[in-house]
Design a protein around this ligand. Structure first.
Ligand SMILES: [Zn+2]
Length: 261
């Protein structure tokens, strides 16, 4: 019988991505379940949807560790009338604990932007928007292994990240310095410009923001889910490194609500 508990798993994630560093509007941490509940298998995921809970049930997992939290707003009833309510009800009924590591993971030097920088081979990286003592913060800026033309850069990023299309604006002779902010990073375009990056990889950039920013920097909007799909691997690797003889699996499905037709 496993002596791993929800609290043990939560503490491992928290030690790498401290909940205390999350933004005030965020809801990272243990969302459903008791710290003393036993855990035999964890499913790591980007989102917690009904399909993801179903996959956890099918795989015999009794805990989900995900990037995007639930319950950003207070819930006044649980009657199954929204997807979020159904997820929570099913998790409670089936004894599945839910944990989310969101902005604390985004801002970690071992978090989402850092991993994306690694995936595209950025070198000499530093934090794009440092906060606190400078050891954490949103985004990363660094140098590509070699300078490339804009079209080659787009193809390179698509291949490395594994996304089918990118929304691009702006132009440059060559791209060598690249800023990254995974997820919704449109508010940091000016920080990317200030960092002397030739291109800024992020997601959820609006039409007018792309048009306006395109005069100063190449914007590569790779998609929100695509930019954070590696979180299931991040949590998987973290747990694998800390607990041996313990089952864990990665979400096999695509939880991206956006389809490219
Ligand atoms: Zn996100």
């Amino acid at each position: 019988m496993s002596d791993i508990t929800v609290g043990v798993v939560a503490d491992i994630i928290n030690s790498q991505y401290p909940e205390a560093t999350q933004d005030s509007w965020d809801n990272s941490g243990l969302l459903v379940g008791c710290r003393t509940d036993k855990v035999t298998c964890v499913l790591t995921s980007v989102d917690i949807t009904e399909e993801v809970v179903d996959e956890a049930i099918a795989e015999g997992c009794n805990m989900i560790v995900a990037h995007h939290p639930l319950m950003f707003r207070g819930l006044k009833r649980l009657v199954g009338s929204t997807g979020e309510q159904r997820v929570i009800m099913k998790a409670l009924q089936r004894g599945i604990a839910l944990y989310a590591s969101h902005t604390c993971c985004d801002k970690s030097p071992k978090g989402t932007s850092a991993r994306l920088a690694e995936m595209i081979g950025l070198q000499h990286c530093s934090i794009l928007i440092p906060e606190a003592d400078g050891s954490i913060g949103y985004g990363v800026v660094g140098e590509l292994p070699s300078a490339m033309a804009v079209n080659d850069f787009a193809t390179y990023v698509k291949t490395k990240v594994g996304c089918s299309s990118i929304r691009m604006s702006g132009d440059a002779e060559k791209i060598s310095r690249v800023a990254i902010c995974t997820g919704s990073g449109s508010e940091f375009v000016s920080d990317a410009v200030k960092s002397h990056a030739d291109a800024y990889i992020t997601a959820d950039v609006k039409y007018h923001q792309m048009a306006e920013a395109g005069e100063r920097i190449v914007i590569a909007d790779i998609g929100h889910w695509e930019s954070e799909q590696m979180t299931k691997q991040l949590f998987y690797d973290l747990l694998s490194g800390k607990i041996s003889k313990f089952a864990r699996c990665k979400m096999s499905q695509c939880s991206n609500p956006i389809k490219y037709i």
